[in-house]
Design a protein around this ligand. Structure first.
Ligand code: C2E
Ligand code: MG
Ligand code: MG
Ligand code: MG
Length: 293
């Protein structure tokens, strides 16, 4: 009847007024379902030793193939997951999946020196975060030293003492801590002294101008000097061109990660790569004496 039609029309109208809300709601609903339906997957991007070109570690990165929304980048769904709290079950899935993969690689003698995992501040702040890690290590009978947790500088601003204590507990379990996207945030040298940081990852935004722009090169040079004097491991991320690689070598940056060496790969393809155990990246940029390594 006309009353029902009127109601429908109103619903249509209000729906179009709230498109933004509905989209967000739908992404949220889809994310919920994604966990149940097993739509998330982990891929792994090699990190290479700048001198030998060999794989020194891998970084685990999440992927979501939604049958409804298509392939979504973590940049598109992690922020909403953090807002809604869904990041906790997602992050638990990430850790469990990566630990399981680490076990498989350990059993087949393919374990890289390090497996890096991105940790959301929302998860790190959870009361049970450290015990969750400890239980996973026990369950999979893995040594903590295999893993490096990547956090961002903003975490260090949040919650001073509580976070320092957690990071120390994590370190005492043998795990390494790495500062991701370094240079983009509130980088302050005092943070690095205050927190048990093992590795700094130079943000890829500094790679763009590395072989042309002197400002980027000055910043990267400064970060390299800092890392060396504080005895921190240093990884440059987003290395795409051999010119950038050459500059990083000359600055004695220990490690690099980026499309020049490899894109993030499925677990299966990563396993193939680990089996080959060959240097990655441009041949001509490796010192002669390293060819036999
Ligand atoms: P991130 O941790 O800084 O990861 C590096 C990002 O740069 C990855 O994007 C990677 O695919 C991309 N990348 C690597 N090499 C290159 C390169 O040579 N050129 C360019 N242009 N990009 C490169 P991805 O996988 O889309 O991840 C984006 C961000 O999402 C990550 O940045 C991280 O902050 C977050 N993220 C990814 N996976 C997870 C996860 O499992 N948990 C959490 N909490 N966050 C994650
Ligand atoms: Mg990262
Ligand atoms: Mg990064
Ligand atoms: Mg980044």
């Amino acid at each position: 009847d006309s009353k029902a039609k009127g109601r429908n029309r109103f619903q249509l109208y209000s729906a179009s007024m709230n498109t933004k809300f509905d989209e967000r709601f739908s992404l949220e609903v889809q994310m919920h379902k994604a966990l149940e339906r097993d739509e998330f997957q982990m891929v792994y991007q090699p990190q290479i030793n700048v001198v030998t070109g060999k794989i020194s570690g891998v970084e685990a990165l999440i992927r979501w193939a939604s049958p409804l929304l298509g392939h979504l980048s973590p940049i598109e769904f992690i922020p909403l997951a953090e807002e809604t709290g869904l990041i906790i079950p997602i992050s638990e899935f990430v850790l469990r999946t990566v630990f399981q993969q680490a076990k498989l690689w350990q059993q087949t003698n393919l374990l890289p020196e390090r497996i890096a995992i991105n940790i959301s501040s929302r998860h790190l702040e959870q009361e049970n975060f450290v015990s969750f890690l400890a239980e996973l290590l026990l369950e999979f009978k893995l040594d903590g030293s295999i893993f490096e947790l990547e956090i961002t500088e903003s975490i260090l601003l949040n919650d001073g003492d509580d976070i320092i204590e957690k990071l120390h507990l994590i370190s005492s379990m043998g795990m390494k801590i790495s500062l991701d996207d370094f240079g983009t945030g509130y980088s302050s040298l005092s943070y690095i002294k205050k927190f048990p940081i093992d590795t700094i990852k130079i943000d890829r935004s500094f790679m763009h101008g590395l072989s042309s722009d002197s400002e980027d090169e000055s910043i990267v040079t400064a970060i390299c000097t800092l890392a060396k004097s504080l005895h921190l491991n240093l990884i440059a991320e987003g290395v795409e061109e051999s010119g950038q690689y050459r500059v990083l070598q000359s600055l004695q940056c220990n490690e690099a990660q980026g499309f020049l060496f490899s894109k993030p790969l499925s677990a299966h393809d990563t396993t193939e790569l680990l089996l080959k155990n060959l240097p990655l990246g441009p041949q001509h940029l490796r010192p002669q004496h390293c060819f036999n390594l």
